[in-house]
Write a protein that binds this ligand. Structure first.
Ligand code: SF4
Length: 93
């Protein structure tokens, strides 16, 4: 019975230590992303068709913010005025 109690305590301590370590690592290695990327992803159609020349809407949003890609490349979003929305997001910040 005593072995069982020690085992449960040991596993609990190990679980707590692992959780604490992962929590600290997540904070330390956190990648801060420009909030404009997420805003642009929200206005894109989300079809992930690749017609903009990027592998998906998320990659296109990253390219606009990080590499200065043109905001006029999304073909499915043209009628909905996506490029104007992207331009206004890029001007905001
Ligand atoms: S063209 Fe538009 S809908 Fe298609 S992947 Fe690019 S951003 Fe997404």
């Amino acid at each position: 019975m005593q072995v069982l109690i020690y085992s449960v305590i040991l596993l609990g301590v190990m679980g707590f230590a692992a959780g604490l370590g992962l929590s600290i690592a997540a904070k330390k290695f956190e990648v801060k992303e420009d909030p404009r990327v997420e805003e642009i992803i929200k206005v894109l159609p989300g079809a992930n068709c690749g017609m903009c020349g990027y592998p998906g809407c998320s990659a296109y949003a990253h390219a606009i913010v990080e590499k200065g890609a043109s905001p006029d490349l999304c073909v499915p979003g043209k009628k909905a005025g996506v490029s104007d929305k992207i331009k206004s997001i890029m001007k905001e910040k």
